[in-house]
Ligand binder design. Structure first.
Ligand code: ADP
Ligand code: MG
Length: 232
């Protein structure tokens, strides 16, 4: 019965997703169509090409997130070293941080943090969260990333000092297509929740409007992950 419930829940979400995708695709398509029609009547401006490209990129990112969601799970499970995976993600953001005056401060647990999981998917979660932190701090600032290991779990806290999230909005994060951004897809957190859930982990968000946000992701440690440190 539980399995059936899960199935029908999944079908409901799939339907909701399909409707959402169709809706989200219509806007950029309308823009592109309009631009092409203008160009057909001989009004060709550089801005049109830029707009068309922007709208195509938007569709690409919607499709990309959707594929991340629709991909069958589990994919490739193995031992994932959370600290080095985080370091990789942080490296990915360093250049952008320099450009946007954002410093990333990392504080790792002294213990190993090894979990069972799909490293590409977990990386996707970290990237989605860090991207949101960046977008919450248009004026720059610092983002703190901390890993904490206890006897059976590792938690990773991402703290930004950005614009924060109101209570009403907090409740909606993770809904498909829920976004407060002009160019947002509203899929990043939905995909992240789903991936973390598949890994038997949790995501908690704490936020104070105008002060900032902490997103905490926790995963159960792999059995025997308290092996000697030279395992890394
Ligand atoms: P998107 O980033 O495309 O809008 P997400 O699913 O990643 O979609 O996030 C959904 C919404 O959650 C965002 O539009 C934003 O309102 C809110 N949000 C998520 N993370 C943060 C954060 N660190 N600070 C402020 N708001 C956030
Ligand atoms: Mg996002």
């Amino acid at each position: 019965a539980e399995e059936m419930l899960r199935k029908s829940e999944k079908l409901a979400v799939a339907g909701q997703m399909a409707a959402g995708i169709a809706h989200e695709m219509r806007n950029p398509l309308t823009t592109i169509k309009g631009m092409v029609q203008l160009m057909e009547s001989n009004i060709v401006k550089k801005e049109y090409f830029e707009l068309i490209l922007m709208e195509i990129e938007r569709m690409e990112s919607i499709i990309g997130s959707f594929l991340g969601y629709a991909r069958p799970l589990p994919v490739k499970y193995g031992i994932v070293d959370i600290r080095s995976l985080l370091d990789e993600c942080i490296t990915l953001f360093t250049a952008e941080g320099n450009m946007k005056n954002i410093v990333l401060l990392v504080r790792h647990a002294p213990e190993d943090a090894l979990i069972m999981g799909d490293s590409d998917q977990i990386k996707q979660v970290f990237i989605n969260i860090m991207k949101n932190a960046f977008e919450a701090m248009p004026k720059g600032g610092s983002i703190e990333i901390q890993t904490v290991v206890d006897s059976n779990a590792v938690s990773i806290q991402f703290t930004d000092y950005g614009h924060g999230i109101s209570k009403e909005r907090l409740a909606r994060i993770g809904e498909p297509f829920y976004s407060t951004k002009e160019k947002g897809t509203g899929l990043g957190m939905m995909v992240s929740y789903r991936i973390v859930q598949e890994h038997k982990g949790t995501i908690k968000i704490d936020s104070e409007i105008d002060l900032g946000t902490t997103v905490e992701v926790s995963f159960p440690l792999a059995d025997g992950s308290s092996f000697p440190s030279n395992e890394r």
